[in-house]
Design a binder for this molecule. Sequence first.
Ligand SMILES: Cc1ncc(C[n+]2csc(CCOP(=O)(O)OP(=O)(O)O)c2C)c(N)n1
Ligand SMILES: [Mg+2]
Length: 346
Amino acid sequence: MHRVLGERDLSAVDGDLARRLLTEMVRARVFDERAFALQRQGWMSGYPPFRGQEASQVGAAAAMTDDDWLVPTYRSNAAQLTRGVPMADILRFRRGYPEFGSDHDLPTLPQAVPIASQIPHAVGVGMAATYRETDEAALCYFGDGATSEGDFHEGLNFAGVFEAPVVFFCENNGWAISTPESMQTASDSIAEKADAYGIEGVRVDGNDPLATYEVVTEALSMAREGRPVLVESLTYRQGPHTTSDDPERYADRESFPEWRTADPIERFESALSEADAIDEGFVDGVRETAEEAFAAAKRDAETADANRDPEALFASVYETAPPSFDAQRRELNEWLERHGDPYENE
Ligand SMILES: Cc1ncc(C[n+]2csc(CCOP(=O)(O)OP(=O)(O)O)c2C)c(N)n1
Ligand SMILES: [Mg+2]
């Protein structure tokens, strides 16, 4: 298990990096709290909170270079924010807009909702980078539950055979909705599954942002040399699966070790404070700025309501669309003509 906090003298750690990671984690936490509250007010139909997974997501995303591809899931909002995806884009997406409508041109795929479907996509992105002889790599996020899907096995197998520059970043947050990790696999770890595909597997303390940063930095550089890596980031989903879930009915937090369920932001903040790497008001200052940014992003997302274009769903998918895709486009347009825009009368 790779760890930094509590095992290394933090005075040797790069202070700018540590402050950047803490800043991104706090910004992501504010986003998560505010988005959750907006869903409760009916502002969007559902929201999957990532509370507890900030160190895991931010540390890994911060390790990417500007040209690397982020391949996120519905829960990887903190990774997207760290990558530079505007808050308003994520809010618009959750309010029912296709993510393709975004202004940014960062190399990121849209959030995948069908479990593990993004894993073969990430391998395709990696293989394309190899064919084009670029130095790009893909960082693919997915959950512990995704490792039971065929797409996971097919993707890792392909990556191993074709030496694709991909880092498979499995956030093991203890649960796939109500299925505990103990029911997900009979293997001792998810990381060891890498052996079956001839690639490297590593476990990291996912509540330690410096550890996830170090592990993913090294994994991305191995991937660039044609050595894909499976990283298992051990973390914990502190909240419900989504705003429609009631974890009180199944979650037994006590059966997980304390380091796994501990809050990653409190833990990092106190470590940095002890190492004199941050001033007393540091986190409050970041919070305040993030609250303002969120309020502006919400206004932006609401302004976009007037410009909603369902056609945008079909943009950016194929250069030359197959007939089945055009048929889907016609079907949607006919449906809209008959029923109108379901959001229009909100
Ligand atoms: C192919 C597919 N099957 C089932 C679902 C329903 N579903 C949504 S989330 C989820 C659990 C996923 O758990 P995990 O991979 O651990 O990710 P986490 O939600 O914990 O981040 C399931 C089964 C789905 N979205 N896609
Ligand atoms: Mg999970």
